[in-house]
Ligand binder design. Sequence first.
Ligand code: SF4
Ligand code: SF4
Length: 306
Amino acid sequence: MKQLVILSGKGGTGKTSLAAAFAHLAHNGPASVRAVLADADVDAANLELVLHPERLEIHDFIGGSLAVIDPQLCQACGNCETACRFDAIPPGPTYQVDAAACEGCAACAYQCPEEAIRMEPQLAGQWYRSETRYGSLFHADLKPAQENSGKLVTLVKQQARLAALDGDYPILIVDGPPGIGCPVISVLSGADLALVVAEPTAAGVHDMQRIVETAAHFRIPVLVCVNKADLYPEDTRQIEAFCRARGLELVGSVPFDETVTRSMRNGEPVTAYSPDSSVSREIITVWKNIAKTLEILPAIEEKETA
Ligand code: SF4
Ligand code: SF4
């Protein structure tokens, strides 16, 4: 089973539109390219907005713990205030934890001679197993202001990976989180290929370079695709030059097309909504390049010539 991760240096580059289109193309391909899907952008999961899944399972995600002082047991010795490096326990005479400042490190609990401090697990979000018309989707919601999104990304990807292995699916398509932070590092773990979606703007070029460096650090092979390539040709040329200099394969230049917006509004991948549009044709080219790199192309060609 191969893991494809779709990434971009920032949000809004069209990563999810591509992931939805690949889900559609994989579903309509031969059995050997059927996919399990994962939306690992747990801070703003929106693949479900396009694929309209039916939720089959809902699971709580416990992100971490907060310290709670039992006033009945507390003898006001002040040890916990001294132990807390995050200033989450203000000076006495009575001692209480500021939940907004507590990092859940438990140092205070270890230092309390009265065992008056307990660590309470916190519900940080939920993860789901859903069914879409193009296959199973694993996704999640992290509650506002909660941390540990990297941990939740790992959980979503693990569950999707297990489903792909159990069902003997040849590919896991992961819509990754934007940026280069902890959730991206989590999602790159074990990936066979990263598709970096770049936007032709000055910031987009810079963001693409950062994500390429991050993937290279973890030795993940990278393909690059430019989205809305015709909007700023000069920046597109910069992306092309960067790819040439780094020996990266540029597998597609998807044009700007309002058909994509209409298809999203209609709740369909653009390749299903308007299969003959120029944007769909280019996305199909990108998908074939991915399939070729992951060595599942022969199955697609067999289907087309059948
Ligand atoms: S758990 Fe850590 S951060 Fe929270 S109050 Fe205790 S020492 Fe401070
Ligand atoms: S260390 Fe324990 S007993 Fe001392 S002030 Fe903190 S909670 Fe109270």
